[in-house]
Design a protein around this ligand. Structure first.
Ligand code: CP
Ligand code: NVA
Length: 311
């Protein structure tokens, strides 16, 4: 069992499917029996270099609802690599904590923390990937469509961290995946070479297209995200004109077909990558996915706690 959740691919199909099932089980448990004490005595720390609403709140609430506790580390105060080396920070944190949840710019930093610390490390979003979001999407997709195998997910927008984790999820679970993006904003070619064979092996399709309407046609889910990710604010003006044709609006939804549902990792920039009428309309499941972040975080925590003998 993997000690850390940095990305979905290294976990493999079986573990990811178990995680998604457990997320649903955690939701049922909460709704039928309420909070429990499975994490009694366990402490999570959240090290966040970037803003967050959903990820921070759901990890904190997940720990609390299961009888553990969570604390927020002030990234500025700790000063990794400035006040103290990364290695020494890791060697301190592992003495007090049961899990470290990290949201950083650098993906390497999270990988390094995972390598250096004996406690589990969970990637709560880096510039490269956002695996916890993909688990919550999977849970939501199953709630609305029964199973993932054979579904088609069309990510509309930037080939970013969320797109990458969703592509990993799709590769592992037998979904077709399409990225509809402006030319030059595709997923990196080394990543594509890594996942393409996984899709082919299952008889599924991975594609990237610069034609939004053609790309979404027949999709079960359209997935939106901001055009400019955290840390890239300087690119806002340069990107806007490229991305305008990739707005998720009534016309794009119509091109997708009546079967299509819409989701978004949130926060949404309404009026940019998604319109109000779509986001507040009957096809949107964004807030179901946001709710499921809570249950998915519990499943992730349970798994890394089990992997390290904490459960
Ligand atoms: N989707 C998501 O990760 O939201 P936050 O940035 O608010 O945590
Ligand atoms: N791609 C976005 C996701 C936010 C949850 C970002 O990195 O800012």
């Amino acid at each position: 069992m993997n000690k850390d959740l940095i990305d979905l691919l290294p976990w493999g199909e079986q573990a990811v499917l178990e995680l998604i099932e457990d997320a649903a089980a955690q939701k049922r448990l909460l709704k039928t029996r309420g909070p429990d004490t499975e994490f009694a005595g366990r402490t999570a720390a959240l090290y966040f270099e970037k803003p967050s609403l959903r990820t921070r709140v759901t990890f904190e609430v997940a720990m609390n609802q299961k009888g553990g506790s969570a604390l927020m580390l002030d990234a500025g105060t700790i000063g990794i690599g400035k006040r103290e080396s990364l290695e020494d920070v890791a060697r301190n944190l592992e003495r007090w904590l049961d899990v470290l949840v990290c949201r950083t710019f650098s993906h390497k930093l999270v990988e390094e923390l995972a390598r250096l610390a004996k406690i589990p490390v969970i990637n709560a979003l880096t510039d490269v990937s956002h695996p916890c979001q993909a688990i919550a999407f999977a849970q939501t997709a199953i709630e609305h469509r029964t199973k993932l195998d054979g579904l088609t997910l069309a990510f509309v927008g930037d080939g970013n961290n969320v797109a990458r984790s969703l592509a990993e999820l799709a590769a592992l679970t037998g979904m077709n995946f399409t990225l509809a993006c402006p030319s030059g904003f595709e997923l990196p070619s080394d990543f594509v070479s890594q996942v393409q064979p996984l899709f082919s092996r299952k008889g599924r399709r991975f594609s990237q297209s610069n034609d939004p309407k053609a790309a979404v046609s027949g999709a079960d889910f359209l997935y939106g995200d901001v055009w400019v990710s955290m840390g890239q604010e300087g690119q806002k003006d340069a990107k806007a004109s490229h991305f305008q044709p990739f707005q998720i609006n009534a016309s794009l939804l119509d091109a997708a077909g009546s079967q299509a549902l819409v989701t978004h990792c949130l926060p949404a920039h309404r009026g940019e990558e998604i319109t109000d009428d779509v986001m507040d309309g009957p096809k949107a499941v964004c807030f179901d996915e946001a709710e499921n972040r809570l249950h998915a975080q519990k499943a992730v925590l349970r798994r890394v706690f089990r992997a390290t003998g904490r459960l």
